[in-house]
Write a protein that binds this ligand. Structure first.
Ligand code: BGC
Ligand code: ZN
Length: 361
């Protein structure tokens, strides 16, 4: 038997339990030994039974979607992986609708039917288990040098997909458009990885979040070469007065008042990426007249992005190598490891910037 963290949405339980290990790999499958699994807001929502769906016919499922594993065994038809390789499994699996144009070409991150599954989130078991069986095509190789930080590939893939979308959108400028000033909303793991990405691509980067300006989080942001602005001192609506107009905004906070409140800080021709998923609730009122006027009169473009395709995972591997060279201490500072026994506790009361459940062997 193997140990796994199981969530039962019907009974509202989250517990460590024994599960039979996967069978040996066949054909193009690989068997993974899980090394690290990151915890994020999505896991916390699932663990408080607000989100998450078991596979068809099951009442519970294995939690966890941000994994780093090591290949233990491969099926006879696997060509790109060997025993001992490090890999990150992608999260989303295609829907089966023959008319979904996205899933039919392997871009399930753009699924049009909503019938996709996501490992550890909707309709599929996740990775908080000692061993996992997976198809070769859903495994992204990670160099051994990234062993300590490879668990960040999945959260970074969200940033990389936004960057891919940004690059495509940016080609709309038939002139030399500025790509110089960027604002990140939120200083959680995604926000900080977004800030590192903007810095690494040469943006003058600002981060806006709620921690006061004399906290370790603010110091970490400063050490990346970013400017930190705390909502404790500057209201979101005042951002433009304080720091000027931004050519790009990357939202990673999931709070509509902050997301829309920052709109006046977007420059003419600005591009705005939304990644946060707010909980549903009462409608939030805002200055719709002003927003519409400003967006139109300034040729602004706002886009949402979720999940990531394989190319964004591969980009994230390169980006992590770059971050390890540029910001080695800061990258490691994001991660705080706990053993599997402490997983339920750490999911309930997060402690690090990126809490990581590690399977000690
Ligand atoms: C995951 C994505 C997923 C999204 C919605 C996020 O936490 O990183 O892969 O698509 O949740 O379920
Ligand atoms: Zn996540």
């Amino acid at each position: 038997m193997m140990r796994a963290l199981i969530v039962n949405p019907g009974k509202k339980t989250l517990r460590l339990a024994e599960r039979p290990p996967p069978r040996p790999p066949r054909n193009t499958e690989a068997l993974l030994r899980i090394l690290d699994v990151g915890i994020c807001g999505t896991d916390r929502e699932i663990a408080s039974f607000e989100y998450g769906t078991p596979p068809a016919g099951a009442e519970d499922f294995v939690l966890g979607h941000e994994a780093l594993g090591e290949v233990m065994a491969v099926g006879p038809d696997v060509t790109s992986l060997q025993v001992g390789d490090l890999v990150v499994p992608t999260v989303r699996r295609p829907c089966s609708n023959p008319r979904c144009p996205a899933c039919r070409v392997g871009r399930q991150d753009f699924c049009t039917t909503n019938e996709f599954s996501e490992r550890g989130i909707v309709r599929a078991d996740g990775y908080l288990a000692e061993q996992v069986l997976e198809e070769e095509r859903y495994l992204v190789p990670v160099p051994a040098a990234l062993r300590d930080v490879g668990v960040l590939v999945e959260p970074l893939s969200v940033v990389s997909k936004a960057a891919e979308e940004y690059s495509v959108i940016h080609t709309r400028f038939a002139f030399e458009a500025p790509k110089s000033r960027g604002l990140v909303l939120g200083a959680g793991a995604i926000g900080l990885l977004g800030a590192m990405s903007l810095r690494a691509s040469g943006f003058e980067t600002y981060v806006f979040s709620r921690e006061p300006e004399d906290t370790p989080r603010a110091a970490l942001i400063g050490s990346l070469g970013c400017h930190y602005v705390s909502s404790a001192r500057t209201a979101v609506e005042r951002l433009r007065e304080r720091i000027g107009a931004m050519d790009m905004i990357f939202e990673a906070v999931g709070v509509p008042e902050v997301a829309w409140g920052a709109l006046p800080a977007l420059a003419a021709n600005g591009i705005y990426a939304l990644t946060g998923v707010p909980a549903l609730g009462e409608p939030v009122l805002g200055d719709q007249r002003r927003w519409m006027r400003d967006i139109v009169l300034n040729n602004q473009l706002i886009f949402g992005t979720v999940n990531a395709g394989r190319s964004a995972y591969e980009q994230s591997v390169f980006r992590l190598e770059q971050f390890l060279a540029l910001f080695p201490g800061q990258l490691r500072e994001l991660i705080r490891r706990v053993p599997l026994d402490e997983a339920p506790e750490i999911i309930a009361n997060g402690r690090g910037i990126k809490d990581v459940v590690t399977f000690a062997h």
